[in-house]
Design a protein around this ligand. Structure first.
Ligand SMILES: N[C@@H](CCC(=O)N[C@@H](CS)C(=O)NCC(=O)O)C(=O)O
Length: 266
């Protein structure tokens, strides 16, 4: 047995299979959880959402297939040994590619997006062949992974989940998140280039890419974070970008009920 798996690993993760033998084929398990918010059916799992959106986008173009295993992170399944073998960090989502021999595991959402880009998006539909455009996509993907996600995650924590309400922590992470939104607004508004853009990376108005897929699931959740319409007023281009991406059919599927815990448990 591969070192990735042990007896306690769910069989569907260990032996995942898809039906098609046609190329390109990537067999992936996304271990994801929709019951992040106890008692909230409209659960919020920004980290898992970006992997699902990317997979849905790939499916629309290449017919990429995968299986999804949903775990309940409120029960700390992600801290069990079988999961830590896949991701020692004990956090979702995780990809397991059974088309590699032995199966190959990827942790960290941005690394997962880049893995899917490399192995499942042969035409670089969601990436770039031009190295400078590619660099732009990496810059914006890393910017969100390093600066946006950690701050907004702390906003969610201190605003929603912390037992004690600590005004300093709430203010600090809200302000930092708003600052990061301001950086995205500069980029999208073309404040210093004179040319507004539709997407974060790429020449001209840009092209929808992994940079947007990595960033969007979080930013679109500004209301959940406790930000008000007034807070968001300085970011009109960012709000338009949220709406533009929300219209994509694959985004609707990736954020839809198909991945709900309720459905998975039926
Ligand atoms: N840096 C990680 C963070 C992933 C993460 O924080 N996932 C959350 C859910 S959104 C999680 O698994 N939380 C459960 C826990 O921390 O035990 C990534 O980008 O994949």
């Amino acid at each position: 047995m591969s070192h990735l798996f042990e007896d306690a690993t769910p069989a569907e993760v260990k032996n995942a299979k898809v039906s098609s033998n046609t190329q390109p084929r990537v067999l992936v398990n996304v271990d994801a959880e929709k019951a992040f918010l106890v008692g909230s059916p409209s659960a919020h799992d920004e980290h898992a959402e970006w992997a699902k959106i990317m997979l849905e986008e790939l499916k629309a173009i290449y017919g990429t297939e995968w299986t999804t295993t949903i775990i309940n992170i409120m029960t700390n399944k992600q801290k069990e040994d079988w999961f830590l073998r896949l991701d020692p960090n004990g956090r979702i989502p995780v990809l397991v590619d059974h088309t590699q021999s032995p199966p190959f595991c990827v942790m960290e959402t941005s690394a997962e997006l880049l893995y899917l880009l490399k192995f499942a998006d042969k035409k670089d539909v969601f990436g770039f062949t031009d190295e400078l455009e590619r660099s732009e996509a990496l810059q914006w993907l890393f910017f969100w992974h390093g600066s946006g996600a950690p701050y907004q995650g702390q906003v969610n924590h201190f605003n929603k989940f912390a037992k004690e309400k600590i005004p300093y922590a709430i203010e600090r992470f809200k302000n930092e998140t708003l600052r990061v939104y301001g950086v995205l607004e500069i980029r999208l508004s073309g404040k210093y280039t004179g040319e507004p853009r539709d997407y974060l990376a790429g020449a001209g108005k840009g092209k929808y890419s992994v940079a947007d897929i990595g960033t969007w699931p979080w930013v679109k959740g500004w209301e959940f974070g406790g930000f008000t319409k007034e807070d968001m007023e300085p970011f009109p281009h960012l709000l338009q970008w949220i709406d533009r991406i929300a219209e994509r059919p694959a985004v609707k599927r990736g954020t839809g009920d198909d991945y709900s815990l309720d459905k998975a448990l039926k």
